[in-house]
Design a protein around this ligand. Structure first.
Ligand SMILES: [Zn+2]
Length: 420
């Protein structure tokens, strides 16, 4: 399992010039480690009256505040809760313009079809690199302030060779988790010859995009790409060394989830309309890997409740997935059309209120679940060796993330061991 650090983060940029020294976060009232089997809270691995020592951007030690080693600097959490930084494993940040008017029309009764993607494609193609870069950086900073220390960023609003490549090049300036989504929708100029567009995606577009991408993704949905096209595109990406993710079963039942499982996808995302066979397929996934947690990984079901909120659609049945033993992640789907939020705390609150996840399940899914969806074992967890991505809450417990929705509860964020 490769662990790629975020590119261009301040801590990484500074590391070569001088040591950051050691930093102790002490007097943590409730520390969510996500190390199962330690402390309370099952998978959350909760420790009380805890401290975390950070050195060189990584967690160096976790234990009781009373036993904490000396450090160059200290942050006093003053009894607050601390958890791993959120891992947002599904976001579309490279675009121009917004679709607030479309949102208002939808709230007035117009259904969401996904067709508005082409509106953003036109605006994105017309934008300069600097305009796209400014939007990506603004949204990245907005997410970081809300506790998101890792964010996956997809292309998919360029849909030409040059525009997809530049979208990913700009995304890679702020994240190591970049995803080629040339197969977001068939662009207008290929509307009557989708086979030709699939050939373009699998050929020159993939070649141009792959140097800047870790993943490949397809919007497998009626009106976007069918199972045959999606399989062909994902197989090409995999042959180029990209990991597989799928937008699946968002707007209706379809082949996306089972296709993702068939291709060993790290994640199938949305999962709003699932059959029993889809659930069985997800529950049965178990691939060999070099994971720290037992030598296997799965296809994660990534739920994106911001999309259902913003399209006024029925939410996915998280309870059914969890009860079947499927690994669930939560992510924002941040995009200008169907979910223009960068807030993981908002998604946690929605998951608890609308999808019957417990607060503990939702917090795990927004941290460790997101890490699994990106096949990462160095984030979403606080144990020695993990990246020092921490969120200090303005609250005594992780429960408050769902209990106090809409309230700015993120007191401080450490990214790569450095306060932002
Ligand atoms: Zn999406």
């Amino acid at each position: 399992m490769s662990a790629r650090s975020e590119l261009a983060s301040p801590a990484v940029a500074n590391r070569g010039r001088h040591s950051l020294g050691s930093l102790l976060v002490q007097n943590i009232g409730e520390l969510v480690t996500n190390v199962a089997g330690t402390g309370e809270g099952g998978p959350l691995g909760i420790r009380r009256r805890a401290a975390v020592l950070v050195e060189d951007g990584a967690v160096a030690w976790v234990g009781p505040t009373a036993d904490a080693p000396a450090a160059d600097r200290r942050i006093d959490a003053d009894g607050a809760a601390v958890l791993p930084g959120f891992v947002d494993s599904h976001a579309h940040l490279v675009f121009a313009g917004d679709r607030a008017t479309e949102f208002a029309a939808r709230m007035a009764g117009q259904p969401y079809t996904g067709g508005g993607i082409r509106t953003t494609v036109r605006a994105t193609r017309a934008a300069s690199d600097d305009e796209l870069r400014a939007t990506v950086r603004r949204l990245r900073a907005e997410a970081l302030r809300q506790g998101t220390t890792t964010i996956e960023i997809k292309s998919g609003y360029g849909l030409t060779v040059a525009d997809e490549a530049r979208s990913l090049r700009i995304a890679a300036e702020v994240s190591g988790e970049t995803t080629f989504l040339g197969a977001h929708v068939v662009p207008a100029e290929y509307a009557d010859r989708p086979d030709d567009y699939v050939s373009l995606v699998c050929g020159p577009m993939l070649v141009a995009a792959a140097p800047y991408a870790r993943w490949i993704d397809v919007f497998c949905e009626q009106g976007a790409f069918d199972a045959d096209h999606a399989r062909a595109i994902l197989a090409c990406g995999r042959a180029m060394g990209l990991g597989v993710r799928v937008h699946a079963n968002q707007l209706g039942p379809g082949p996306g989830v089972q296709l993702g499982v068939e291709l060993g996808a790290a994640s199938v995302d949305h999962c709003t309309h699932l059959s029993d066979a889809d659930i069985d397929a997800l529950a049965s996934t178990r691939f060999d890997c070099m994971c720290a947690d037992g030598g296997h990984t799965t296809t994660v079901a990534t739920l994106l409740p911001g999309a259902e909120f913003s399209t006024r659609s029925p939410y996915p049945d998280a309870r059914r997935l969890l009860d079947a033993g499927v690994t669930v992640a939560l992510a924002t789907d941040c995009n200008p059309g169907s979910s223009y939020t960068s807030s993981m705390p908002f998604c946690v609150a929605l998951a608890v209120r609308e999808m019957r996840m417990t607060p503990a399940e939702a917090v795990w899914a927004a941290t460790a679940g997101g890490a699994r969806a990106l096949r990462r074992d160095d984030i979403g967890v606080l144990r020695p060796g993990a990246r020092a991505d921490l969120v200090i809450l303005d609250a005594p417990s992780h429960l408050h993330l769902a209990y106090r929705p809409g309230v700015p509860l993120i007191r401080q964020v450490l990214h790569n061991g450095a306060p932002i």
